[in-house]
Design a binder for this molecule. Structure first.
Ligand SMILES: Cc1cc2nc3c(=O)[nH]c(=O)nc-3n(C[C@H](O)[C@H](O)[C@H](O)COP(=O)(O)OP(=O)(O)OC[C@H]3O[C@@H](n4cnc5c(N)ncnc54)[C@H](O)[C@@H]3O)c2cc1C
Length: 451
């Protein structure tokens, strides 16, 4: 991969500035009105949850953005059958807290809890869950209600498996999810081991770790030669689960760290010194609160509450999924890519990259882990100047390594590459899209490149 010093000849693919109208339906009736053809609304109509996805999947420059965050009621909790039914605009944070009060939890553990249930179903949403169905949020969907392009509401149950497969990770292209019933279970403790290893050491155990049925999240510091591991397992020997250490950990990693790193840029003008400090602070943050206090947790405790809208510095990120079987070669290549980019263009991400193990999962048509288990590698930074060029280089790197892009999270992917990566599935999905939305009401220019 070659990082470039200047990109004056290459357009930077910044996100769209939007002049679209924003509708905020608070009831199903209002949502149906947004879809009513008689209103002759400008097109496209683009559903949006919390708007945390970093691509143009949740916006349009003209037309109507349908903001779902007011449709946020929790409709029913059924502990007996292990289900919860919610409106699509419900924030994951509110859902997790409400379930925990009743002694229940989702099967997986998902960060970025400000996002909505609809956004987490319509776009791939990963976390360090233990077990096959726990790494991806949409696997827990048992049934859905969806408002279609013509305003009718369709209910899809687990008996309509193929349709349900298409609706998970459908990016709002088949319709607008308005309600979902999800599988829940009693709060279940897991044991966690936290450790710090060199990148070489991590690569030597990565394949074995990834093929084990554990919950895995890792923080990769490419310039500091360190990987912080968070490995979760169910164990009969779990200790007492305390939520305070998890809250402190979350606050330090997801609120304090981005703030301090951003501040550092303002006060330390010399890059070499700043980078040394950046790595030392990341080290201190992730090395803090070791095993004893954080040895046991539940999904509810471990779900990150930050960043919260408006209260944290903006984080820039782009995620690609790399075949898990190739982790031991892809990770050193990624480290090399980061070092080359810094040497050539002067840009480096200040936040550690975060990785998740994503189990092979064919229960959604556009699952990035449809054929094999993946590592979702989330590259993150608080530094805006140079980010747009960095993500173009990152996309080139990822495409060279056969990574699978995620339409909601992988910045600057090439359209031909995305079509090749999803091969026949994208065509099948496209046919379905044309059948359910023949006038292309939900198709914005971003998605028109791919579907
Ligand atoms: C700092 C940060 C950290 C993150 N960490 C993670 C992480 O750890 N794991 C992870 O998986 N992701 C992570 N993300 C990515 C992001 O949170 C996910 O993409 C999330 O699923 C988007 O949810 P949302 O409610 O914000 O949806 P939006 O961004 O608003 O929308 C995402 C897509 O879903 C569609 N959509 C939204 N609501 C509906 C609906 N009701 N019906 C139909 N379609 C709909 C939109 O049209 C769009 O295509 C992170 C993001 C940030 C900013």
């Amino acid at each position: 991969m070659t990082a470039r010093k200047s990109r004056s000849t290459k357009p930077s693919r910044q996100r769209l500035a939007t002049r679209a109208t924003v509708e905020r339906p608070a009831t199903l009736y209002e949502l149906k009105k947004c879809l009513d053809s008689a209103r002759r609304s400008a097109l496209p109509l683009r559903p949006r949850g919390a708007g945390t996805a970093p691509t143009d999947c949740n916006t349009c420059s003209t037309g109507v953005i349908i903001d779902m965050t007011k449709l946020d009621r929790i409709l029913n909790v059924d502990p007996h059958n292990g289900t919860v039914t919610v409106e699509a605009g419900t924030r994951l944070r509110n859902l997790t807290l409400m379930l925990a009060k009743r002694g229940l939890e989702l099967e997986g553990c998902y960060d970025q809890s400000g996002r909505t249930v609809g956004g987490a179903i319509a776009a791939p949403c990963f976390g360090p869950g233990i077990g096959n169905s726990a790494t991806c949020f949409s696997s827990q969907v048992l049934s859905l209600k969806m408002a279609m392009a013509d305003g009718r509401v369709m209910t899809v149950t687990r008996n309509q498996e193929n349709l349900l497969h298409a609706l998970r990770a459908s990016y709002g292209l088949l319709g607008i999810i308005c309600e979902a019933t999800l599988r829940v279970r009693p709060l279940t403790k897991f044991s966690v081991s936290h450790s710090c290893v060199t990148i070489d050491k991590f690569c030597s155990v990565a394949t074995a770790l990834i093929s084990t049925d554990i919950g895995l999240k890792f923080y990769l510091l490419p310039h500091g030669d360190k990987v912080y591991l968070d490995v979760r397992r169910y164990s009969v020997k779990t200790g007492r689960a305390l939520s305070l250490p998890w809250q402190i950990k979350d606050w330090r990693e997801n609120k304090l760290l981005p703030r301090v790193l951003k501040l550092l840029r303002g006060v330390v003008p010399f890059p070499a010194m700043r980078y040394r400090l950046t790595d030392a602070i990341s080290d201190a943050t992730h090395g803090f609160l070791k095993a004893r206090l954080l040895g046991t947790g539940t999904n509810a405790m471990a779900a990150s509450q930050w960043p919260r809208h408006g209260s944290s510095p903006k984080l820039f990120y782009s995620t690609w999924c790399f075949p898990a079987a190739e982790a031991s070669v892809v990770i050193p290549a990624y480290v090399e890519f980061c070092k080359t980019t810094l040497a050539v263009s002067g840009y480096r991400c200040d936040m550690p990259a975060v990785g998740y193990r994503v189990q092979k999962n064919a229960d959604s048509l556009l699952s990035p882990a449809f054929d094999e288990s993946m590592i979702a590698l989330q590259t993150m930074s608080t530094r805006e100047a140079g980010w747009e060029n960095f993500v173009i280089d990152l996309a080139e790197f990822a495409q060279q390594w056969g990574a699978i892009p995620i339409f909601s999270q992988s910045r600057s992917m090439r359209a031909d590459y995305a079509r090749q990566a999803y091969s026949g599935r994208i065509e099948f999905f496209g046919k379905m899209r044309r059948r359910l939305d023949p006038d292309g009401k939900f198709l914005n220019p971003y998605f028109a490149q791919y579907f």
